[in-house]
Design a protein around this ligand. Structure first.
Ligand code: FES
Ligand code: MG
Length: 587
């Protein structure tokens, strides 16, 4: 069958698609079918809509509250063209949207909620296949998690990076250069007037952050996972290439409605192993660790933090993008994008993993070329050698793990001992950081706790704590910082994140005190506080669980059920899949 033809079921006579769940709604001659058809006729649909053609849902996270996804109605129009051209019925619907720039306290509080929206909307409606449109950091994993728990044939189309920033002749990247400018203002190297001018120079269009932050990382990993068509990650948001890919995805979704593959066939152990390796090669965000673990949980793949460490460890950094390198996503696209990167990585990948391109990842990227070898390097000429990506630490400060992005750190700090300076909340640290008399030196280890999934709640991106102003003025640009929080994928520094169990769940981060010696040794994957077990136990006996911070609504449900970072911070009752069975109807 050509990818563009609707499927036919020999049992059902000519032209009738096979096993489409939408037929439960539309083929019913009685009252329930009447209601379904009649109300869609009210929207202007005609008989053809109900003739057995596959229904392709277009799950759109467009929102004016999320400028990164602000162009997705336009992308949806391209998907719709593809669905119609291939003989399907496109039905677009809104999903919750999570915009990093505006949402408080943090989008991560809502990732699982958005996944519920996507999951329940798909299952409750006459949808045979779905094209997911996301972009800003959490929107991509949330949509994938929701769709994976339904397991209808699914394609992701990410929104693409925004146009590159430029400030007075210098290329600047979202997040990364903002963090730099902000520190330059604090240290007196940049005026506040210039800082304000940069506001209009850095983000030039709709689209997600164009550094290798979390959004670009997740977009790239959808290709490595095989759930987005090859080449889809890197086209800029405004690029015609993105519309063409969206149109092809719509056509492909019509085919997939009857033939698959379903997420359960795409998101396999092999696919996650490919994604873990790709994440190391692109210098991807630490947030990808959480999202991959949570997504794996939805499809029943037993992926662990240690798997991610092991798989990434022997992969060199091949992509020279900010924040670990120099370039932006536009150059990555010109260099060949993910197909070129995955082609280069093929010796380290499972080439036979199934993808939505059909049939395998190897087929999809075998002929891809690297057009700009400075931007996408070969395995023999990497940006950084292997074991420079995200490492997983263990020790008595983080028995269930913590992560550090090595390429973002000053190498001299990857093995370090220093005295702990501890803060119970991030606000008190931020005040102290501006105090010129703060008792801190360049060897101090900054610890901020109660910023984990339960504690904050929602695990905000505060882990890349600003350097205390007193040290900043003397030229200190990096220090060891530890928290149970996350950091933006665009940021940098010797920053240890996701410490588990978190302080609010009674993890040892809650027990460390000012002046304790903390020892970090990334090459041996250790993070310890140098106090003995007996003393830790004494302190634990004195510790009491803080009262729950939330007593109603979504935040209460979240705090009561969120898993720790080493399990991806999904909700306990969302792990797994409920499938796509058509729910009962009382009329
Ligand atoms: Fe939306 Fe960076 S703020 S992708
Ligand atoms: Mg981000």
């Amino acid at each position: 069958t050509s990818p563009d033809q609707p499927t036919t079921d020999p049992e059902a006579g000519s032209g009738a698609p096979a096993q489409l769940r939408s037929r439960v709604w539309f083929a019913d001659p009685g009252k329930t079918g009447f209601i379904a058809r009649s109300h869609l006729r009210a929207a202007g649909l005609t008989d053809e809509a109900f003739d057995g053609r596959p229904v392709v849902g277009i799950a759109n996270s467009w929102s004016e509250l999320n400028p990164c996804n602000g162009h997705l109605r336009d992308v949806a129009a391209a998907v719709r063209r593809g669905v119609l051209a291939a003989g399907g019925l496109p039905l677009e619907f809104p999903t919750m949207s999570l915009g990093e720039p505006l949402m408080r306290p943090t989008t991560m509080l809502y990732r699982n909620l958005m996944s519920i929206d996507v999951e329940e909307t798909l299952r409750a409606n006459p949808v045979d296949a779905v094209v997911l449109l996301g972009g800003c950091d959490k929107t991509t994993p949330a949509q994938l998690m929701g769709a994976a728990s339904v397991d209808l044939p699914t394609l992701m189309v990410t929104g693409g990076p925004m146009v590159s920033g430029s400030f007075r002749g210098e290329p600047i990247g979202s997040g990364t250069d903002l963090w730099r400018f902000s520190e330059d203002v604090r240290s007196g190297q940049m005026s506040s007037t210039d800082f304000t001018e940069a506001e209009s120079c850095i983000h030039r269009s709709a689209g997600h952050c164009m550094t290798m932050g979390t959004a670009s990382t997740m977009a790239c990993l959808t290709e490595a996972l095989g759930i987005q068509m090859s080449g889809g990650a890197a086209f800029q948001a405004v690029d015609s290439g993105r519309r063409q890919l969206a149109e092809r995805s719509g056509r492909r979704a019509v085919h997939m409605a009857g033939h698959g593959p379903r997420p359960s066939a795409v998101l396999t152990r092999q696919a996650f192993e490919n994604a873990a390796r790709a994440n190391a090669a692109i210098g991807g965000s630490t947030n990808a660790v959480l999202h991959l673990l949570a997504l794996a949980g939805r499809v029943g793949v037993d992926l662990t933090l240690d798997d991610l460490d092991r798989l990434g460890r022997d992969v060199p950094l091949l992509v020279d993008l900010k924040p670990s390198g120099t370039y932006l996503m536009a150059e990555f696209e010109q260099a060949g994008g993910m197909p070129a990167l995955l082609h280069e990585l093929l010796p380290l990948l499972h080439a036979d993993a199934i993808t939505v391109d059909g049939p395998t990842l190897g087929d999809a990227v075998r002929h891809a070329e690297r057009y700009w070898p400075e931007v996408i390097r070969g395995l023999d000429e990497p940006v950084l050698p292997s074991d420079t990506g995200t490492a997983v630490l263990r020790g008595n400060l983080c028995p269930d793990g913590a992560v550090i992005k090595q390429s973002a750190a000053e190498p001299r700090l990857l093995k370090h001992r220093g005295r702990a300076l501890v803060f119970d909340d991030v606000e008190s640290y931020l005040r102290a950081a501006e105090d010129p008399a703060l008792d801190v030196d360049a060897d101090s280890v900054l610890i901020v706790r109660n910023c984990g999934p339960r504690g904050y709640p929602g695990m905000p991106e505060i882990g890349n704590l600003p350097i205390p102003v007193r040290l900043l003025e003397s030229g200190v640009t990096d220090m060891v910082r530890i928290s149970d929080a996350r950091m933006s994928g665009t940021s940098y520094g010797t920053v240890i994140l996701h410490a588990a169990p978190e302080a609010a769940a009674g993890g040892p981060l809650a027990l460390v005190r000012n002046g304790d010696m903390v020892a970090l040794d990334v090459s041996s994957r250790r993070l310890d506080v140098e106090i003995d077990d007996a003393e830790l136990e004494r302190r634990r006996a004195e510790w009491s669980q803080p009262p729950p911070s939330q007593d109603r609504g979504w935040a209460k449900l979240y705090v009561d059920h969120v898993l720790q970072a080493d399990q991806g911070a999904d909700l306990d009752f969302l792990v797994g899949s409920s499938g796509d069975a058509v729910p009962r109807v009382p009329f």
